[in-house]
Design a protein around this ligand. Sequence first.
Ligand SMILES: *[C@@H]1O[C@H](CO)[C@@H](O)[C@H](O)[C@H]1NC(C)=O
Ligand SMILES: *[C@@H]1O[C@H](CO)[C@@H](O)[C@H](O)[C@H]1NC(C)=O
Ligand SMILES: *[C@@H]1O[C@H](CO)[C@@H](O)[C@H](O)[C@H]1NC(C)=O
Length: 782
Amino acid sequence: VDIFYDVSAESSTEFPDRLSLMEVRLQAQEDEITLLKSSLADALRKLRLHDQQIPLLKQQLIAGKRNSLFHCANIKIFPALLKSRDSQEKTKQRLSKKAASSTNLLTRSPSQSIKMFIRGRPITMYIPSNILNYEELRMDLPLQKLDLDWVYGYRGRDCRANLYLLPSGEAVYFIACVVVLYHIRNQTQRHYQKHTDCVRCLAIHPDKVRVASGQTAGVDKDGKPLQPFVHIWDSKTLVTLQQIGLGTFERGVGALTFSSSDAGTLLCVIDDSNEHMLSVWDWNKNIKHVEVKSTNEAILAVDFSPTDTNNIISCGKSHVYFWTMSTGTLTKKQGIFGKYKKPKFVLCFVFSLTGDVLTGDSEGNILTWGKSAADTKTLGKGAKETFQIMKQTRAHEGSVFAMCVLQGGAILSGGGKDRKVIRWSADLAPERECEIPEKFGAVRTIADVDGEELLVGTTRNAILRGTFSDGFVAIVQGHVDEMWGLATHPTQNIFISCGNDRQVCVWNAEDHKLDWCTTLEESGLCADFSPNGAVVSVGLSTGRWVVLDLQTKEVVSDLTDGNEQLSVMRYSPDGSFLAVGSHDNLIYIYNVTEGGRRYTRFGKCTGHSSFITHLDWSKDGKYIMSNSGDYEILYWDVASGCKLLRNRFESKDREWASYTCVLGFHVMGVWLEGSDGTDINALCRSHSESMVAVADDFCKVHLFQYPCPKPKAPSYKYEGHGSHVTNVRFTHNDSHLLSMGGKDTCILQWRVKGAAPGDHSKEHLASSSSVCSSSSSPVNGT
Ligand SMILES: *[C@@H]1O[C@H](CO)[C@@H](O)[C@H](O)[C@H]1NC(C)=O
Ligand SMILES: *[C@@H]1O[C@H](CO)[C@@H](O)[C@H](O)[C@H]1NC(C)=O
Ligand SMILES: *[C@@H]1O[C@H](CO)[C@@H](O)[C@H](O)[C@H]1NC(C)=O
């Protein structure tokens, strides 16, 4: 059991090459399955509808000939009947990725409408009557800009070498593409934002000021791999001092370290290629001294000997290597396990103050290594010295995930299964121990603060601070799996997040603290606050949805609609209705009473031919606008019984209380030429109605002017996320924007700043060629 646990806990970093290959294949298969499933579901639904629709269709065909100007009712039915074939087409297109996707050329029809095409599918938008001359509308940049204000989260789940304390009192760690410098006492953050994809490892220079950070390669928009690199930067000024390895490193940077006995002139890097190339650099001059294939097995850690820069040690799957560097070559000697059981993984090592090498492994042991003189008796005259185990110390149940040496020589170790932090004397006698609460997961990293106080990074993405005597409290927390649901409070700087880890978390955007968190029985995919701010409803993965009271934190309502995942929850502006959008193509409408505590089914909106992706209420609370997975825009008269408004032209002037639909006249310009319909996951209009923020599938957040009804509208682009951005929301008074990265488990908080017209920062306008590695697939999908 132990071994299996360790393997799974390790796999995401330990087998990056095989894993990424498998991930790509799995993703392709998942995509295909998703589409096949949705085609099948649609086909079945269509079969049922078919019988009812044939007579209706005939009628409408006849009516359509008479009334050719407003023909939306007719075109709605044809694509619906043709949908299954189209879905197969979609599968094919999806598999050949975005290359085959169609452009959204716009055509102007003589009536007051405009057509946009996504994947060859025409989407008609009717021009509101207050726009007298659409042709002459000019699209400008928004007057506001964004600044990264706060980063929620820490990547402890699958990265090591990920947490240090600087003499400035700042903890340095990373999540997504951002290295965070968090001043523990002042509770302030600074950010190093020069990485173009996920940061994977960090090293601190012996001067405790300079930092090296390595990233994954990422891929460009066509899925072509980009080149990873290491940045060396000054933690005081955040100035980049050097970039090394571009064109040398492959796939990503797995481990890196500065030398220490020569005042940190060298940097050793191990990349994520199959051979795990180990290279040593004079980083200041950007000169590579030596490069060697280290092993085909996973490598987990590397370091220079503190007393001799020519000695380097690396460890990983079932090995520990002792490297010697001389005149441009590196020779390796394998540590010999001899009569000791060879561990599945050697996960970490330290140099004790007495000069021994201590390794921590997946058997739960700390092994003390020493050099033995050459065994010339049995091996002959040419035999060389060997590295052998001198002592085995039982340390943890499960793996030893982390080790750290304190100033006086005491050693700390952290357990990957027993969640214990143990302090050992220099000769490895246990002195103190402490167990990390289960909800935070296992010990990933330990950083010494002052010999007494420690920082502990955990595998459930938390950073804890504390001492053996007083125990540990979390100073950084986050989600641990893909997130989709994000909502902001109507009157306070509070927001809620939910995702596949089944956690629903309530955050304070002012003091950046996690207010509280509750674990549900299923993944939470969408959420909305009631307009009175007293409750929040969360849509889950099986059609179930729950309403939580913000004060008591209790579930006040628990209902189910259909049996497919829910994609959107939205209260009407006065809070008297709740609309629940489902993957079963329906929107369920509820009467809401008792301030959001009581729900009674009012009706359901039937007519979409694919899953609901987004919806918004009109300002008067009577109508709904909705989008679906096959790029339909439909309007509904809710007040008079959830009636589909077949004449979409008549809804062109309606005002919307919120704007989160990604398809609509007012946001047509946010779509790029050649967009796949899944390139934009979410968008959100500001409450001021002057800007719209967009969450795209390529790690970017965009800020456009609102309304944005013309193609090629200019925008500011913001980087930081390391995976598809799944959601964006403005806080109640537009002081901040929150963006949610799906798989990067990171929430970014952006400060909205007014900018003088004409003050167009180049940095933000420059479009970057890099795109993050993990794009999502289905719109708002699983
Ligand atoms: C922390 O706060 C102190 C006192 O306000 C200030 O002098 C110091 O510069 C702050 N440090 C950081 C890194 O923000
Ligand atoms: C927004 O509201 C917060 C309180 O939630 C307040 O502190 C802040 O000053 C407001 N900002 C603006 C721009 O009105
Ligand atoms: C739900 O709301 C509608 C519209 O306000 C109202 O006519 C109806 O009586 C309400 N139903 C219930 C069960 O409260």
